[in-house]
Design a protein around this ligand. Sequence first.
Ligand code: THU
Length: 135
Amino acid sequence: MKLAPATIDRLVMAAETVRRNAHAPYSGFAVGAAVLVSDGRIFTGCNVENASYGLSVCAERNAIAAAVAAGTTEFVAIAVVTGTSPPATPCGACRQVILEFGPVPVICANTSGERTVHEARDLLPDAFLPESLEG
Ligand code: THU
């Protein structure tokens, strides 16, 4: 499905807004993510770090968890906003979690307006997928 530019703008803006709530006192690296689902709703998440560093959770996985908790897994697109140039792409763990819910465009943006778009499956070639458990 081709995403309308206005839809992409809305998704990126949602990710940029939630990024302001990032709890990143250890890395100083704030991330916001937003997931668009098939009925048009947008679910958001920011990174939440912890004094026990390894417990930190990425923005993408928090946004995905919010969508799943609301009862939907029909993902249409995900946007990730960072403050870096070029915009950062999702970490390996998040790539795996994004792919669980099917092929989606991943829009990587920064606060200066730069954007790159990747297909989730291109970000994680030869991925271990739900169907990998069969047979
Ligand atoms: N982070 C994300 O939220 N998403 C990513 O895809 C990469 C990394 C967070 C984790 C940590 O809080 C900070 O960015 C620095 O790694």
